[in-house]
Design a protein around this ligand. Structure first.
Ligand SMILES: C[S@@+](CC[C@H](N)C(=O)[O-])C[C@H]1O[C@@H](n2cnc3c(N)ncnc32)[C@H](O)[C@@H]1O
Length: 329
């Protein structure tokens, strides 16, 4: 007991020397170092494999039409919303928007997330000093894949990927891209919420969970982290990135769907729907609570976000007091 409390203190207060608690950098660049910039250039080259000249068993014209015609589709009913529901729903869940920038060579899709898939990966690999081959041959769970930019990038790095996406039209698009680029054997996209993964199918199945840009959109981040912990094999690791708050205290900021920072429904998509936005130490505590070990959680000033990395070194129990899913393993 004393040992585990001491370990908790070490994880939360004294991050390993190589990663500072706060990573400095100019706000004009998403990178804190030239190493991260170099890594991003390599990743861009890897991602550029996904151009229309690499399509498999689909005509370029059909592919182009299938991609471009999705944007703007409004399909509330197909997403499971009734007319009575609509006023409170996130516009982005209903009306199709493209996720990450993608230059297909013969045409380009600008994404709402721009080059985040590239920048995030470069930042994770350099911040936590993971070797370039870290993801090669590993079974990776990509959580909240939107239109699949990150999913394709993970596959380009040699991972076998299962991607989750709660918005069905985005899951369908990500799977369409993976199949069109001949990745059907290595990439599966499931139209599922993370909360639908508390099942045997997902238990101890993955070597890495890739979890950027999602935890602050979740109503119950601790249960989500526990589900992801259970999805990992012992020896596996998790990479988390989140909107957050820049304080040393273990605090979260709550906005929810009703905080509108600028007027229109579209801008609410960008500014709202953020449930719990953690400080680095709050996220670190949640990850420890979910069972993770060797937790490193840092404030990354160039992006104004929290980045965290942790490992699963054993299957440990969770404290059951007050859990919203009491039967969770
Ligand atoms: C801000 S985007 C992040 C996309 C990508 N992971 C990245 O970091 O660039 C959040 C994505 O997570 C999805 N999402 C939100 N809640 C989810 C849940 N409970 N289960 C699965 N996906 C979810 C959203 O639909 C959206 O596609």
């Amino acid at each position: 007991m004393a040992t585990s409390m001491a370990r908790l203190g070490r994880d939360l207060r004294r991050l390993p020397g190589r990663v500072a608690r706060r990573v400095r950098g100019a706000a004009s660049s998403p990178f804190a170092s030239s190493a991260a910039e170099t890594k991003a250039a390599e990743l861009r080259r890897a991602f550029s494999a996904y151009r229309t000249d690499a399509l498999v068993d689909i005509d370029v014209a059909d592919f182009t039409h299938a991609v471009q015609s999705r944007v703007g589709i409004d399909d509330a009913a197909a997403e499971g919303y009734s007319a009575d529901d609509l006023e409170r729903q996130r516009d982005f869940s209903i009306r199709f928007r493209w996720g990450h920038n993608h230059d297909f060579g013969t045409f380009a899709m600008p994404g709402e997330m721009r080059d985040r898939h590239i920048e995030l990966m470069a930042n994770f690999l350099t911040l936590f000093q993971l070797p370039p081959e870290h993801l090669r041959g590993r079974d990776v769970l990509d959580v909240g894949c939107w239109t699949g930019g990150t999913t394709l990038l993970l596959a380009a790095l040699g991972a076998n990927v299962v991607a989750l996406e709660e918005v069905r039209k985005y899951a369908g698009t990500a799977q369409f891209l993976a199949t069109s680029f001949g990745l059907g054997a290595r990439v599966t996209v499931r139209p599922l919420s993370i909360y639908g993964c508390n099942t045997d199918t997902f238990r101890e199945r993955f070597d890495t969970v890739y979890f950027p840009g999602v935890i602050y959109h979740l109503s119950d981040p601790l249960i989500a982290l526990r589900i992801l912990y259970n999805a990992l094999r012992v020896g596996g690791d998790i990479l988390v990135e989140s909107a957050g708050i820049d304080t040393d205290e273990p605090y979260c900021r709550f906005d929810g769907s009703l905080v509108v920072t600028h007027g229109s429904r579209e801008s609410r998509d960008r500014a709202g729907w953020n449930w719990f936005m953690p400080s680095p130490s709050a996220l670190g505590r949640m990850m420890r609570e979910a069972g993770f070990d060797d937790v490193r959680s840092v404030w990354h000033a160039p992006t104004g976000r929290v980045f965290a990395y942790a490992r699963k070194v054993a299957q440990v129990p969770i404290c059951r007091a007050g859990l919203s899913v009491p039967g969770i393993p």
